[in-house]
Design a protein around this ligand. Structure first.
Ligand code: UT7
Length: 322
């Protein structure tokens, strides 16, 4: 009997405070129209000072657990994707485990920048398919606002805070059909965030803010996501027309539109959260998936393509029969 990882609950959390494009244009030389036309973003959520990746992860995870109607004690593994952990260690996964009051599970973090949720789903899928785990909680949680230089107009217009979660359970009906993850460290300097506390000669003196050569990243992202679409469909022997929903990483509406075009999908078949959330890095795909499920667009039995691209570079996809 084939084992599959099936999504049995989803959740999301967005901080209350909203920062609009107009707010940003008060402090840097930009405008609402430039930002919206080039990115598709109108506003983003900003966490309050007391909020952390683990506190936001808890809110999203509790929703997913409630939707799945399971006892948290039955969770075997917690995987948190984040590039903005509360602490260097313990992992945000362990902090989330404590917050949820779960004693007997394994918890750890995955760091794959904006592709983190896809990497975490891929790891979870392997554990479930192999029979090593029955129930896995996957969370993406990011405080991008704290690693954003709010005086740098080339990056501060893009990012936002939030957390998304899914609960996976082993079943004999699909499920995650396949995951595909990739990395190429050759491009490490096109998009990175220094860690000043462990500075080397190379990055001594750099503040801990996101650095990006946006236009170059954009071109590689479009190209690479086109390839991952082909790889995913081929691996499952499916046609473009078999995909019901595209749930992309929310970096830029023009990147999303290029992927939709590659799939010959209309934008009506794409879950887009970018306008009110910006790029929430590893939280974005799970937040979008949660939104599509909760507002009834994503239905049981449909085929959903999740994809992401981020620093590393890292990129990946997950094809799911929901
Ligand atoms: O999630 C991880 C992956 N990240 C991404 O996928 C991000 C990918 N990159 C992008 O989304 C886009 O490259 C940006 C939105 C960051 C920038 O858009 P772009 O169309 O690539 O613009 P650009 O960097 O080529 O800049 C075009 C012009 C420049 O002016 P000149 O040299 O033509 O005079 C910039 O200085 O726009 C200027 N510019 C701005 N103008 C107003 C750059 N940022 C701004 C701004 N407001 N915020």
């Amino acid at each position: 009997m084939t084992r599959y990882a099936r999504i049995i609950g989803t959740g999301g959390y967005l901080p209350e405070d909203i920062r609009t494009n107009d707010d940003i244009s008060q402090t840097v030389d930009t405008s609402d129209s430039w930002i919206f036309e080039r990115t598709g973003i109108k506003s983003r959520r900003i966490a309050k000072p007391h909020e952390t990746a683990s506190s936001m992860a808890e809110a999203a995870a509790r929703q997913a657990i409630e939707a799945a109607q399971i006892n948290p004690e039955d969770i075997d593994i917690i995987i948190v994707a984040t590039g903005t952990p509360d602490r260097v260690y313990p992992s945000t996964g362990c902090l989330l485990q404590k917050r949820l009051g779960i004693k007997n599970c394994v918890a750890f973090d995955v760091q794959a920048a904006c592709s983190g949720a896809i990497f975490a789903l891929s790891i979870a899928d392997q554990y479930i398919k192999s029979g090593a785990a029955q129930k896995i909680l996957v969370v993406g949680s990011e405080l991008c606002s704290r690693i954003t230089d709010w005086t740098d107009r080339s990056t501060c217009i893009l990012f936002g805070d939030g957390a998304g979660a899914v609960l996976l359970e082993a079943t004999d009906t699909p499920g995650i059909l396949s995951t595909h993850i990739h990395s190429d460290g050759e491009y490490e300097d096109m998009l990175y965030c220094p860690n000043p506390q462990v500075a080397t000669i190379d990055n001594a003196g750099e503040a801990g803010f996101i650095q990006m050569r946006g236009n170059e990243v954009f071109k590689v992202a479009v190209n690479t996501l086109g390839q991952i679409v082909d790889q995913t469909l081929k691996a499952n022997n499916l046609q473009k027309s078999d995909v019901d929903w595209l749930v992309p990483h929310q970096a830029n509406i023009r990147i999303i539109a290029a992927t939709a075009k590659k799939l010959k999908m209309s934008m009506e078949q794409v879950i887009i959260t970018l306008e009110g959330q910006g790029n929430t890095s590893s939280a974005s795909v799970l937040l979008a998936f949660n939104e599509g499920v909760r507002d009834g667009r994503i239905q049981r039995g449909q085929i959903i393509l999740l994809e992401a691209f981020g620093a590393g570079f890292t990129w990946g996809s997950a094809l799911i029969r929901y």
